[in-house]
Ligand binder design. Structure first.
Ligand code: 3PG
Length: 212
């Protein structure tokens, strides 16, 4: 199950990172993600609306829904109970990774240094979030780390945009990239479906162009 979730994320190559203030906005967001051809969402636990938003998106049945900014085992439980199939964290927490394994979902913990990657490997993790990518050396840092960690793949997030997407996706060790530029918080809150659909379609078209 975690393996197939990772394969699906890697097939889409993009993970929209969502901050949602009111769970009812998830309905319009889900419509825009489906219409834009990118049925993937990482709903961050930065707002109290996250579990209910995950539930609404998961209930549609056509979106690969995960939770982001997951810092505690209790948040793993809340996310999985709501229908999340993957949990993403900014750093690497043994407690979070272990709870995700117990719940049978994919964990994507954050790691940006060689030491952090080794810590993730010791927990059985071979795909890490590389966050914040833009200020942590970007594609060059990932390429350097990949030379040593040949079996590790990365999901860079933080400072990724339509303009630099190609620099990340060109790296064979990059499984997918995440970002909020496709789903701006204000547009999600305002239910701007047409605007969101345009941003999401642009991103997914660009990722498709860059497919090796
Ligand atoms: C994340 O949690 O992955 C980031 O906040 C997304 O970063 P971005 O807003 O720079 O895309």
């Amino acid at each position: 199950m975690p393996e197939s979730t990772l394969a699906s994320l890697a097939a889409h190559r993009l993970v929209p990172v969502v901050v949602i203030d009111d769970a009812s906005a998830a309905d319009a967001l889900g419509g825009a993600l489906a219409a834009g051809g990118l049925p993937v969402a990482e709903v961050t636990f930065r707002t109290a609306a996250a579990p209910e938003a995950i539930r609404r998106l998961a209930d549609r049945g056509d979106i690969l829904v995960g939770a982001g900014t997951v810092l505690t085992p209790a948040q793993v439980d809340a996310a999985v109970d709501a229908g999340a199939t993957y949990v993403v964290s900014p750093g690497t927490s043994r407690a979070v990774v272990e709870r995700a394994a117990e719940r049978g979902v994919l964990a994507l913990p954050g790691a940006i240094t060689a030491t952090e990657i080794q810590a993730a490997l010791e927990l059985g993790v071979t795909t890490v979030k590389f966050f914040p990518a833009g200020t942590s050396g970007g594609p060059k840092a990932i390429a350097g780390l990949s030379a040593a960690f040949v079996d590790v793949s990365f999901v860079p997030t933080g400072g990724v945009s339509l303009d630099n997407l190609g620099d990340y996706l060109a790296l064979p060790s990059v499984a997918a990239v995440g970002g909020s530029w496709m789903v701006p918080r204000a547009a999600v809150a305002a239910g701007e479906v047409a605007h969101l659909t345009t941003l999401i379609s642009q991103a997914s078209a660009r990722a498709a162009e860059l497919r090796p």
